[in-house]
Design a protein around this ligand. Structure first.
Ligand code: SAM
Length: 258
């Protein structure tokens, strides 16, 4: 997969993309990321990329020309040509980014992400260049760069080979509509707090049932809304019905009271 990112602040990506899974995916040629400074395509001596809003009001607006020129040049498109890949605008007004969105995006060979700044980008960019608008949540960031970092991280870890254990994402929270079960590692006891015994038992069938129930229980407690769309077996449903009458799960680290 190749990802082009268009930004006025290219250095913001250096740290996040130079570490851990995203770094390793690039080194393994599973993903390549190119950061493009929109300012390089801004006409004029001063490479001006923003201007005051028509109609007045505070703040600045990103000018359309540098964004169109940058995206068209990098993607090899003439004005009005169909783009070779989805061109995505990060905006608090877009569709909410979810694990499902990350999965969909991970199936593309190429993506282009456009980061806004200031009050946002001239509306003609959204109307005539952008295919999809994505928000990472109902809050306002100072720029699209942190949102692009979130999207790229969530997408790249889904690429085959990006994680050491390919099954590692299967049980992740939101992968199948549930929250994941709790994790423990050594030591088995710390300050008198013991790891649930079943995890030390080596009994695989009991362990996988414990994990499934822990996952259902945690979702039921914290995000019951997710259960509506989750893929549940008859055993899962029976377990959830039991919780309605007996909500305390023996040995669970989850508590009902906050
Ligand atoms: N005035 C805009 C509005 O109210 O919709 C917000 C502009 S915000 C200060 C500047 C830029 O940050 C946006 O153009 C967008 O690229 C990015 N941004 C802010 N919040 C975001 C979010 N929740 N998800 C994705 N991008 C976001």
């Amino acid at each position: 997969m190749h990802i082009d990112i268009f930004t006025l602040f290219p250095s913001m990506f250096v740290g996040p993309f130079g570490e851990s899974i995203v770094k390793r995916a690039q080194e393994a040629n599973l993903a390549s990321i190119a950061i493009h400074d929109i300012r390089d395509w801004a006409p004029g001596k001063h490479h001006q990329c923003d201007d005051t809003p028509y109609g007045g009001g505070g703040g600045m607006v990103m000018k359309p020309e540098p964004v169109f020129y940058a995206v068209e040049a990098v993607l090899g498109m003439g004005p009005g040509d169909p783009p070779p890949c989805p061109i995505i605008l990060l905006t608090p007004q877009g569709e909410r980014f979810t694990q499902q969105t990350a999965r969909e995006l991970s199936c593309h060979e190429r993506l282009a992400l456009v980061c806004g700044r200031y009050e946002g980008i001239d509306e003609r960019v959204r109307e005539h260049l952008i295919a999809r608008e994505i928000s990472i949540g109902d809050y306002v960031l100072s720029g699209g760069e942190p949102a692009a970092i979130v999207v790229v991280d969530a997408v790249i870890r889904l690429l085959p080979g990006a994680l050491g254990d390919p099954s590692a994402t299967f049980d992740d929270s939101h992968a199948s509509g549930l929250l994941e079960y709790p994790h423990y590692t050594r030591p088995a006891a710390f300050r008198g707090w013991a790891v649930p015994e079943i995890l030390l038992s080596g009994h695989h069938a009991n362990l996988s049932r414990w994990r499934r129930e822990a996952s259902l229980y945690r979702t039921w407690l914290r995000r019951p809304d997710l259960l509506q769309a989750a893929n549940l077996s008859e055993a899962d449903r029976a377990f959830l019905r039991r919780l309605e009458t007996d909500p305390v799960r023996e040995g669970s680290p989850d508590r009902q009271d906050p």
